[in-house]
Write a protein that binds this ligand. Structure first.
Ligand SMILES: C[S@@+](CC[C@H](N)C(=O)[O-])C[C@H]1O[C@@H](n2cnc3c(N)ncnc32)[C@H](O)[C@@H]1O
Length: 520
């Protein structure tokens, strides 16, 4: 069942059984299920026939009704209709200091109000809603309660809320997207986890293991942790396991039995904590050190920015012809209206004018086959972009400048292309070297396998957004290698991308090897 509450129930015994086992339930444990749905985890817990008490909370009346019926003769299961993030009973034993002491804005008054009781539950288990829709009013309330946190993502708030009511020594197991490990916006949450808990194990796996769910932007993960004090937390080593071919393998992990494809990383929490943005870097030691310790980052060498949005693409953007990929619904450009300009205020004295536009990924590396998209650029329309609330006339100092385009959405390999005198779309990350002399080397770099690998390590989710591209390590080759790379790039740019494909591939291969050596 799916709705505004993000009710994807955990209908996978492999998952519920692994998670309940990880919790290590003991007689008389007091357990919280903060987003209980129809009780998938509770059923698994009850199967174990251990005497426990369970608080099962959910915001959805239908789910509560189902559970009330199901557990009517079980005095140990207390089902309650509530919004877990604001529940007043939980407030009574919550210790929100966990995140307040980690925020920049320390609200002493708020701290005074907190109960001195540190935790209430022995165990928390859950599959909280991911990115559940919140109206603006609720978002404002969440911002006040979860100070300094990114409130648009509900699963992270459930994680914090649950931590605040967990006893010291209490254990939690959650199934959530793996984005909290990598994304910049979750840095504060990572710091809280790394200093208040021993993260025992994280399994990372494709979302399709979860029946009925499949989102492309990230993997799912199961995190199991124990609440503890700071010193203990930072001393702890996290075990992270990836490379599962099915959820049936989870039960083997419980017995420390691994498959050939499994990749296991052991990271000390103190090391993660002190890494830039406290990011989890899942790579062999060499790549991890390179990312963390490299003196120079690409962001030091170039401006790295996202491009323009018209506010209404189908209205203002045209394709070259009907054969252009994903051009359904777009008008084909009237070639007589294409103009040659680099004016940021648009073309005067004409009703309708268009300029070439870089949008979507390229089929080729180094340079694009042809201009496939055009954006309307007469002065009247450009003025409209500047005032329209939906349009984004952002980073305009880079429009029509020389730079390098890479697509925002990751594909198996990054195909970076040179752009000259072009406007670029918000789906493109534009790289504009501080010194134009670095253009050809950076163009080769962005097409290399090394950079492709590193960007996937820095942020394994589906996005190449500019903030991650900036963090790529920048290494300088020997001057001999650099000359060779630049010569190759110059030759590639002089060739025809279709007719001379073989020669381009050969030159690209040489560049790739030279860059591989540089980074090794
Ligand atoms: C992904 S489902 C998981 C349900 C159950 N834990 C399971 O694994 O089958 C998320 C549940 O969270 C509930 N939920 C969403 N927002 C909530 C909130 N603010 N407070 C309490 N429950 C909430 C939904 O109604 C839904 O039942």
């Amino acid at each position: 069942m799916k709705d505004v509450y993000c009710s994807y129930y955990t209908e996978s015994e492999d998952i519920t059984s692994y998670m309940v086992s990880k919790m290590g339930i003991l007689e008389n444990d007091f357990i919280l299920e903060p987003s209980a749905g129809e009780g998938m985890f509770i059923d698994e817990i009850l199967k174990r026939k251990i005497k426990v008490r369970i608080d099962a909370l959910d915001i959805n009346e239908a789910a509560i009704l189902t559970m009330k019926k199901k557990y009517s003769d079980m005095s140990g299961v207390n089902v309650r209709l509530t919004d877990t993030l604001f529940d007043q009973i939980l407030d009574n034993y919550a210790n929100n200091e966990i995140w307040l002491k980690n925020t920049d804005i320390l609200l002493d008054k708020q701290l005074d109000l907190f109960s001195s009781q540190d935790g209430h539950y022995d165990k928390v288990i859950g599959n909280p809603p991911y990115g559940a829709w919140q109206d603006i009013e609720k978002r404002e309330l969440l911002k006040k309660k979860y100070v300094g946190q990114y409130v648009k993502e509900t699963y992270t708030l459930f994680l914090l809320r649950s931590l605040s009511v967990l006893k010291n020594g209490g254990r939690l197991s959650f199934i959530v997207p793996d984005t909290f490990l990598f994304l910049n916006m979750h840095e504060k949450l990572r710091k809280i986890l790394l200093t208040n808990t021993k993260i025992e194990e994280v399994l990372i796996f494709p979302s399709k293991f979860f029946p009925g769910v499949s989102f492309g932007y990230s993997n799912l993960s199961i995190i199991t942790l124990e609440k503890c004090d700071r010193d203990e937390a930072l001393e702890n080593t996290v075990r992270i396991i990836k490379g599962f071919s099915s959820s049936a393998e989870f039960k083997d992990v419980l017995r420390d039995k691994f498959q050939k494809n499994n990749k296991i990383y052991k990271l000390k929490q103190l090391d993660i904590f002190t890494t830039e943005k406290s990011r989890f870097i899942l790579a062999d030691d060499k790549a991890a050190t390179m990312i963390d310790a490299s003196d120079k980052k690409l962001g030091d060498m170039a401006s790295i920015v996202t491009g323009f949005y018209s506010g209404n693409n189908k209205k203002f953007i045209c394709s070259k012809n009907e054969g252009v990929k994903n051009s359904k619904g777009y008008t084909v450009v009237d070639e007589s209206k294409i103009v040659n300009t680099t004016s940021l205020i648009g073309v005067d004295g004409v009703d309708e004018a268009y300029v070439p536009y870089i949008k979507s990924s390229s089929a080729t590396r180094y340079k694009r086959t042809e201009d496939q998209w055009f954006v309307r650029w007469d002065s009247k329309t450009v003025s409209f972009y500047n005032v329209n609330r939906k349009a984004r006339f952002q980073n305009s100092q880079f429009y029509f400048k020389n730079g390098i385009a890479i697509p925002m959405v990751k594909s198996k390999e990054i195909r970076a292309t040179l752009m000259r005198n072009r406007i670029f779309d918000q789906s493109i990350v534009g790289i504009f070297p501080n010194d134009e002399k670095d253009m050809y080397y950076i163009l080769a770099l962005m097409n290399s396998d090394v950079i492709n690998r590193l960007i996937h390590i820095i942020n394994p989710t589906a996005n190449n957004s500019s903030n991650y591209v900036k963090q790529l390590p920048y290494k300088v080759p020997t001057s001999k290698d650099r000359k060779k790379i630049e010569k190759n790039v110059a030759e590639i740019l002089s060739l025809d991308v279709i007719e001379d494909k073989d020669r381009i591939d050969e030159l690209h291969k040489q560049n790739n090897e030279l860059i591989e050596n540089t980074y090794n």
